[in-house]
Design a protein around this ligand. Structure first.
Ligand SMILES: Cc1ncc(COP(=O)(O)O)c(C=O)c1O
Length: 437
């Protein structure tokens, strides 16, 4: 393609060659990024509160990540671990085993995307337990491959027209306190939604045939739905009593996003199996299943793997991410960022009627927008308008939620104060703007 690169020219090219099945939030074609800033092909600067959907916890093009990628690319980009294995994958696996919760030995299987990690974790759970049933949750998102899509709960756009779906998946209500599926109120409810699993065994899926439950500790695409502290310990206990594996899908909530390496740590639960992806390798396509060694090691040789299993360049990026967390004290930074954001969002909630709920863990925070605080009618149009307002003012933010009315924040955890404050000022202007209409 000759001529000047503009957003319009690139949009034309896209329309010709990319399926419209893949949509984008903005019409800005990005050329580079640094820290929490992005630059489009026309040289415009954007503040990034989206992080490429939870991928850039350490920021764009972090010098350590760039150096690791360059160094590894010059040495070896691929040999296939299943043919000629290599050290970077081993070192990253060792690191993941050390940081994953659970005072027991673990081992690791790599994959290329979150959905692929989910596919693998289900294979592992089924193989190990010799059971087939999987319990997933309302509002869940686990990816776009056939089984991951089946586990996902939102029909449009993720599942619509893409069936038939995979068998043996059962769906439980989740602890969505703001819109309690049991119409109860926390804490008076005594977290009955977790106890409901026992009833679920009677009417939906017998424990004798259920291999695992798979759950996001903070539901990501579903709207940053954050259960109360007792929820996961109760669920995990019921699972244990019934020989059902507990799988935490930490693909969005992991890698420090909530101020702890894994969100489930806030709940003091040690999952049998964990999936991780997104911020694991700062944008290199890498995912992993980390799980109890006895479970992971029960699989027969060649039963797991893939051509790009633990690609060496991606694993070096992952190792650089781990170092950055330590050197920059990123978990502590995330905690401080989370406190700051919550304070600001709570002040906004007092000021803007449209904010029905502020929720999340650490800096994994969201605003649920409603037309009316009494009826809680979802304000999806307002959420869309807020995202558009911010993008116009060059702040990239994302909505989410099964009802499309949640605004979520996923900026790099090491964002500078200036960019953070500028971004928050734009959000505040946007909230003022949508509140006038
Ligand atoms: C919790 C969760 N699981 C799985 C996935 C799927 O990951 P990927 O898009 O890398 O396949 C996502 C992606 O948003 C996610 O948030």
């Amino acid at each position: 393609m000759g001529g000047k690169k503009t957003n319009t020219n690139l949009a034309e090219l896209r329309n010709k060659f990319i399926s419209p099945g893949v949509a984008s939030v903005t019409g800005c074609y990005v050329e580079s990024g640094k820290g929490a800033l992005l630059y489009d092909v026309e040289g415009r600067e954007y503040i990034d509160f989206a992080g490429g959907i939870a991928v850039m916890n350490v920021g764009h093009s972090h010098p350590k990540v760039v150096a690791a990628i360059k160094d590894q690319a010059e040495k070896l980009t691929h040999s296939c671990f299943m043919v000629l294995p290599y050290e970077p994958a081993l070192k990253l696996a060792q690191k993941l085993e050390a940081i994953a919760p659970g005072d027991f030995r673990k081992s690791v299987v790599f994959a290329n995307s979150g959905a692929e990690a989910v596919e693998n974790v289900i294979k592992i759970a089924r193989y190990h337990t010799k059971k087939t049933g999987i319990i997933a949750f309302e509002n869940a998102f686990h990816g776009r491959t056939l089984l991951a899509m089946t586990l996902t709960s939102k029909v449009k756009p993720y599942k619509f027209g893409f069936g038939p779906f995979a068998p043996e998946v059962y769906r439980m209500p989740f602890a969505y306190c703001y819109r309690c599926p049991f119409t109860l109120k926390y804490p008076k409810c005594d977290v009955a939604c977790a106890d409901y699993l026992e009833e679920f065994f009677v009417s939906h899926a017998a424990p004798e045939t259920t291999a695992a439950i798979i759950v996001e500790p903070v539901q990501g695409e579903g709207g940053f739905i954050t259960p109360p502290p007792e929820y996961f310990p109760k669920l995990a206990n019921i699972c244990k009593e019934n020989d059902i594996l507990f799988i935490a899908d930490e693909i969005q909530s992991g890698m420090g996003r909530t101020g702890k390496m894994f969100a489930i740590e806030h709940y003091h639960v040690e999952p049998d199996l964990i999936t991780v992806a997104k911020s694991l390798a700062a944008g290199m396509p890498l995912a992993a299943v980390v799980g109890r060694k006895d479970i992971m090691d029960s699989i027969h040789p060649w039963g797991l793997g893939g051509t790009y299993f633990g690609n060496p360049v991606a694993c070096r990026a992952g190792l650089a991410v781990m170092e950055i967390f330590e050197e920059e004290d990123l978990l502590r930074k995330a905690e401080v960022l989370g406190e700051h954001l919550r304070e600001r969002f709570t002040t906004w909630q007092e000021r803007f009627e449209v904010i029905g709920d502020v929720r999340g863990l650490g800096p994994m925070l969201a605003l649920e927008l409603v037309k009316d605080r009494e009826t809680k009618e979802p304000a999806a149009d307002e959420a869309k308008a807020l995202v558009e307002f911010c993008i116009q003012k060059r702040l990239v933010i994302l909505s989410c939620g099964t009802l499309g009315n949640v605004i979520r924040i996923l900026m790099p955890l090491n964002i500078g104060d200036d960019e953070l404050e500028r971004g928050l000022a734009i959000m505040e202007d946007g909230l003022t703007d949508i509140s006038k209409k």
